[in-house]
Design a binder for this molecule. Structure first.
Ligand code: APR
Length: 311
């Protein structure tokens, strides 16, 4: 059996967890890359030791050399610094820009035909930066934000209502950060919008918990940021691409006029397939939702302009 090849750059918490999910789910052979000598090799060997227990087919290897990543179908970028307590995602900007610039060039030289999915924070800006650096069509490079934010929204709804997660469809869009826009009218329990199930105060509290989901984890961990749900979320996106599923999920995609937003990467529902972003189907939004999303886009745009990335 031959498997697709996925490179995961960054063998830290998010990267290694994503890599383990990719192989244990039987989705792809994985090459784990990191600048740290021995880290990707050690983690990969550890995962291979579990192969007979977990009975997975794909192989995983670790390297510090992008030559080993050649011919990848998908590259997932998780390299960078995680958010520390008291640090906003934006504090990470300068440090992680350097990392993303160096990673994208090397990964792309080895795998010019790969689709690229960014995870490194601050996500919306890093994805835009990676797109500009790569020269790839925007349909082939996108980011993981909305799947995670929506999953956190689903968790909050499930905890508050007791509804099983399988009955919940939650949607959070916009910036992956404080300017996130949970969309309760587009979030349902058993097909019923949240706004019809709960009073306004309860809905507001759930939205607030969603926006603070990442910070809640950071405050508990104290020495790092979330990784299980981020890893599961990016693997969900990789799976859609590798299986050419045509599933629609909130993805950090480049908007050029959709929802009145120009030249910004942020999370909106997008249909994913083997070619990358197949479509950005338009959501039916009311004036308040549209205004909130445009405001969210504006905060990302400010960061892009401050870095001189647009234009
Ligand atoms: N090339 C490859 N790997 C790098 C580079 C680089 N230029 N710079 C740093 N790394 C590696 C580090 O050596 C480390 O192993 O990236 C890894 C990051 O792992 P962690 O510190 O454990 O961070 P993690 O929790 O995985 O988060 C990674 O994902 O969700 C986001 O905010 C998070 O931006 C952060 C990223």
């Amino acid at each position: 059996m031959t498997y697709p090849k996925v490179t995961v750059v960054g063998a830290g918490q998010v990267g290694a967890t994503a890599a383990f999910l990719l192989v244990t789910k039987g989705l792809a052979d994985v090459v784990l890359v990191d600048v740290a000598d021995g880290l990707p090799q050690g983690k990969s060997l550890d995962m291979m030791h579990s192969r007979s227990v977990e009975q997975f087919g794909p192989r995983i290897s670790g390297t510090n050399d992008y030559a080993d990543t050649a011919g990848s179908d998908v590259v997932v970028i998780t390299a960078g610094l995680p958010r520390k307590p008291g640090m906003s995602r934006d504090d990470l900007l300068a440090a992680n820009s350097q990392v993303v610039r160096s990673v994208i060039g090397q990964a792309q030289s080895a795998s010019p035909d790969a689709l690229v999915i960014c995870v490194t924070n601050p996500l919306d800006v890093m994805t835009y930066l990676a797109w500009r650096e790569s020269g790839l069509p925007h349909t082939r490079i996108f980011g993981m934000g909305g799947v995670l934010d929506s999953a956190r929204f689903a968790y909050a709804i499930s905890e508050a209502t007791g509804a099983p997660v399988g009955t919940i469809r939650a949607l959070a869009c916009g910036a992956h950060g404080d300017a996130m826009v949970p969309l309760p009218r587009h979030s349902t329990v058993d097909g019923k919008p949240l706004t019809e199930l709960l009073d306004a105060e309860a809905v507001r509290a759930l939205c607030e918990r969603t926006v603070n989901g990442g910070a809640e984890v950071v405050a508990l961990l104290k020495t790092g940021s979330a990784f299980y749900a981020p890893a599961a979320s990016v693997v969900h996106m990789v799976e859609a691409v590798l299986t050419d599923s045509g599933a629609t999920m909130p993805s950090c995609v480049r908007l050029s006029g959709e929802y009145g937003v120009e030249d910004v990467y942020m999370s909106m529902p997008a249909t994913l397939g083997a070619e990358g972003v197949r479509a950005i189907p338009e959501l039916d939004l009311d004036a308040g939702e549209l205004a909130a999303l445009r405001e969210s886009a504006a905060t990302i745009g400010e960061a892009l302009d401050a870095m001189g990335l647009r234009g």
